[in-house]
Design a binder for this molecule. Structure first.
Ligand code: HEC
Length: 264
């Protein structure tokens, strides 16, 4: 801390909000703002990381919510959580600049917390997707993870989106079951095989985000969009060849919710 007086944690968060009005953060952190904020916060924010609430936050819960039920990952890419959503800003990119300029986790955490309660009016990001301790945990996790490349370790490594792109399944008795994952934008299998002929494809959805399953090329079939506990399914007739299955909810295919079906 090189002899500068540290701000009290609460004062620090308040200062930040005043210094970095949310609407200026929409695309990325502007250098001018960062300079202003750095001058005021240098001692507190840069070095001694998790001074706000991260100390008591449950990062595992935060990551789980980010990638799953909190729905953040359906719209945002965050490398450490394994999410690839594209409808909202890539959070690694959004905060990379802030990190380069020496801001610590607690600063990013404060911005995320604020965004959760106060998204832009009419934003597709609804306010209070997570609240109370859950909001604290999500913000603390993003504060640690955003713009901080690498892999989560320990218990944190066991939650978040798993890479299912190489997991495969095969049709049985004319039916192919490809469930969605519970957390994130992916199917439980990134590869599937089926014999040529009539085939029913079904996708049970255990996630709180709505999903469906459809086939490309277009016109090969598409199931209804279903919420948690529902199953999207359709029956089609396929010739030998390679098809893509994907979720047609906007942003989901781009976010990684797709796979390859080989029909022989
Ligand atoms: C339906 C899509 C959607 C969901 C779900 C969503 N967001 Fe967003 N988010 C956006 C969009 C779009 C923006 C751009 C700014 C705005 O509209 O407010 C944004 C902006 C942000 C920002 C500011 C980034 C910047 O560059 O300033 C943060 C931080 C953020 N979201 C975090 C979250 C967290 C945490 C969650 C989960 C609790 C979440 N978002 C859920 C769409 C989403």
């Amino acid at each position: 801390m090189s002899g500068r007086p540290a701000l009290r944690p609460a004062a620090r968060a308040d200062n930040l909000r005043a210094l970095l009005p949310r609407r200026t953060l929409k695309s990325s952190w502007r250098p001018a703002l960062v300079v202003a904020a750095t001058a005021a916060l240098a001692a507190g924010a840069a070095g001694c990381g998790n001074a706000t609430e991260a100390g008591t936050a449950d990062l595992v819960n935060g990551k789980k919510l980010f990638a799953g039920d909190g729905q953040c990952g359906a719209c945002h890419t965050l490398q450490r959580a394994g999410t690839k959503g594209t409808q909202g800003p890539n959070l690694d990119e959004a905060f990379a600049n802030a990190r380069e300029n020496g801001f610590g986790n607690s600063v990013i955490e404060g911005v995320v917390r604020d965004q959760i309660s106060h998204p832009r009016r009419n934003s597709i990001m609804k306010p209070d997707l997570v609240t109370g301790n859950d909001a604290r945990d999500v913000a603390a996790y993003v504060g640690e993870a955003a713009g901080n490349p690498g892999k989560d370790g320990g218990l944190l490594a066991t939650v978040g989106v798993q890479d299912t792109s190489n997991a495969s399944t095969a049709a049985k008795g004319g039916k192919l079951t490809i469930p969605a994952v519970a957390a994130g934008l992916a199917f439980q299998f990134g590869k599937a095989t089926a014999p040529a002929g009539k085939l029913t494809i079904e996708m049970p959805n255990p996630a709180s985000v709505q999903h469906d399953i459809a086939l490309k090329p277009p016109g090969k079939g598409k199931g209804p969009t279903v919420g948690k506990g529902g199953t999207s399914s359709f029956t089609t007739t396929l010739k030998a060849g390679t098809y893509e299955y994907y979720c047609s909810v906007p942003g989901h295919e781009q976010g990684g919710m797709k796979g390859t079906l080989t029909v022989k």
